[in-house]
Design a protein around this ligand. Structure first.
Ligand code: HSE
Length: 440
C-alpha cells in the first residue's frame, strides 16, 4: 500500500467535523505509519467559513460550495456530518452517484433511509461506512462485521445515549432533578443541540435500528422500535430501585429467539446492581452483544463528543482506503421489509418483569384490592415493599415487583390500579431487565 493517496471531502464543520479535520491534519503521520496511506483532507464544506474551530486548516480547503467535493473526481470519500434526514440524504445520494464512498455518523438518516441508500451505494459500486453512527467512538460495527463474524447474533443490550446515561447517573448519585441534570449535560456538550431526541429515546432507537438491522440481517427501521424515554423517570423511583438493588439505565434491547422472532425496544429499565452494564456511568456507552459461539461480549467507551466520534469516522475512512469496508459492504444483504415484519414481535406480547409504585390509602383491605387487580391480569407478585408513614393524607408508597408478565397485562393492570379510589396518584411502572446468563 506504499505511496497510496486517499483524498477526503468533509461536509459539515461542526463539532464532529472539527474533530475529523483535527485528526486527519494533526495525526496524518500516525495514520501513514499504520496504513502506508497518505490521507489528504482535500476540502471541507460548510456554510460558515469564518468561525474559528480551533483547527488550523490549510488555505483553500474550507469552502461553502458543495461542488468543490461533488465535482472533484480525485476525492475518494465524502464524509457526511450534516445531520438530519433531508439535505444529508441529498448529499449522500449525490456523492454516491458522483462515484464517492460515503462515511456518515448520521443514525437518524440510516434508521430512516439506510436500506435505500445502501442499495444506491451498491448500484454505484461504492460503500457507505457508518461506525460513528452507533455508540460514537466504540468500534461496535467493526465488532459485528469482523470480530463476531463467526456468530449468529442473538442479542444486543446497549446504553446507546451518553446524555441519558449522564442524566440518570447524576439523578441517582447526586439526587438531582431531571431538569438540573439535563442542563448540565447540555453545558458539557453531551446532548444534541435539541436534546428532545436524546431524552425521548429517539436517538437510542435510531442506533438500535441500525445495529439490529446489521446484526440480524433484516430491513429494520426506526418505526420498528418501541421507544420510551427518560422524561418521566423520577428521583423517587430511582431511590426505591436502589433500595431493592437496582440501577436505572436507558437500554436499547434487540433480541432474536430461536424461531427468528425479533423484539426491539428502548426503555428506561432497572438492572441489578451487580450487572456490568449497571456500572457504566456518566456519558459513557456500553454495548453487550451475544453471539451463538462466543457468548457474551461487551464494548465500552465514549458514545459522544468531538474526538471520540471523530475517531470512529476516521477509522471508517481508513477501512475504506484499505478496501476492507467495501468487501464486506458488497456482501451485505437484508431480508426485505415484508419478511422483517413477519418476524417482529409486538411490544404487547413481550414478557418481562416490572416495578410498580402506587401511593395508596393506609387502611384495611388495600392490599387485597391491589392483589385482586394484579391477579385478574395474570400478574404474579415477586416482591412488595410498603413504607410506614404518617402523611397528612394518610397514604403510603407501595412498591410491587412482578414475575415475568406480558407488557399488555401490566399496562391494563396499571390503568385499573390508577382508577381505584384507594390509589391517590397515577401509578408509575418501570421494566426490570434481568440480563440472561451466558449460556452458549
Ligand atoms: N447526543 C448523543 C449522546 C450523541 O448523548 O449519546 C450522538 O448520538
Amino acid at each position: 500500500m506504499k505511496n497510496k493517496k486517499f483524498k477526503v471531502g468533509l461536509i459539515g464543520f461542526g463539532t464532529v467535523g472539527s474533530g475529523v479535520a483535527k485528526i486527519l491534519l494533526e495525526d496524518k503521520d500516525i495514520l501513514k505509519a499504520k496504513t502506508g496511506i497518505d490521507f489528504e483532507l482535500a476540502k471541507i464544506v460548510d456554510l460558515d467559513t469564518t468561525t474559528d474551530r480551533g483547527v488550523k486548516v490549510p488555505d483553500g480547503v474550507l469552502t461553502d460550495d458543495i461542488n468543490a467535493i461533488l465535482k472533484d473526481e480525485s476525492i475518494d470519500v465524502a464524509i457526511e456530518l450534516v445531520g438530519g434526514t433531508t439535505i444529508a440524504k441529498t448529499f449522500t445520494e449525490n456523492m454516491l452517484k458522483a462515484g464517492k464512498h460515503v462515511v456518515t455518523a448520521n443514525k437518524a438518516l440510516l434508521a430512516k433511509h439506510g436500506i435505500e441508500l445502501y442499495k444506491l451505494a451498491k448500484d454505484n459500486d461504492k460503500a457507505i461506512a457508518f461506525e460513528a453512527s452507533c455508540a460514537g467512538g466504540i468500534p461496535v460495527v467493526l465488532a459485528l462485521r469482523s470480530g463476531l463474524v463467526a456468530n449468529n447474533i442473538q442479542r444486543i443490550y446497549g446504553i446507546l445515549n451518553g446524555t441519558c446515561n449522564y442524566i440518570l447517573t447524576s439523578m441517582s448519585s447526586k439526587n438531582e432533578d431531571f431538569p438540573v441534570a439535563l442542563k448540565k449535560a447540555q453545558e458539557l456538550g453531551y446532548a444534541e443541540a435539541d436534546p428532545t431526541l436524546d431524552i425521548n429515546g429517539g436517538d437510542s432507537a435510531h442506533k438500535l435500528a441500525v445495529l439490529a438491522s446489521y446484526a440480524f440481517g433484516y430491513e429494520i427501521e426506526f418505526d420498528d422500535v418501541w421507544v420510551d424515554g427518560i422524561e418521566k423517570v423520577s428521583i423517587e423511583d430511582i431511590n426505591w430501585g436502589k433500595k431493592m438493588g437496582y440501577t436505572i439505565k436507558l437500554l436499547g434491547i434487540a433480541e432474536k429467539d430461536n424461531d427468528e422472532m425479533i423484539s426491539l425496544r428502548v426503555v428506561p429499565a432497572f438492572v441489578a446492581n451487580d450487572e456490568i452494564i449497571s456500572q457504566v456511568s456518566g456519558p459513557f456507552n456500553a454495548v453487550s452483544i451475544f453471539g451463538s459461539n462466543v457468548g457474551e461480549t461487551m464494548y465500552y467507551g465514549r458514545g459522544a463528543g468531538m474526538l471520540p466520534t471523530a475517531s470512529a469516522v476516521v477509522s471508517d475512512i481508513v477501512e475504506l482506503a484499505l478496501g476492507n469496508s467495501k468487501n464486506t459492504f458488497d456482501a451485505l444483504e437484508f431480508k426485505p421489509k415484508e419478511e422483517a415484519q413477519k418476524h417482529l414481535l409486538k411490544i404487547d406480547s413481550l414478557k418481562s418483569r416490572f416495578y410498580i409504585r402506587l401511593q395508596a390509602a393506609d387502611k384495611a383491605g388495600v392490599f387485597s384490592k391491589i392483589g385482586d387487580i394484579l391477579a385478574k391480569h395474570n400478574i404474579s407478585i415477586s416482591g412488595v415493599l410498603q413504607q410506614e408513614g404518617n402523611s397528612p393524607e394518610n397514604t403510603v408508597p407501595v412498591i410491587i415487583t412482578t414475575h415475568l408478565t406480558k407488557q399488555i397485562d401490566v399496562a391494563a393492570a396499571i390503568k385499573a390500579l390508577g382508577e381505584l379510589d384507594i390509589v391517590s396518584s397515577e401509578p408509575t411502572c418501570i421494566e426490570i431487565v434481568d440480563i440472561p446468563n451466558d449460556e452458549v
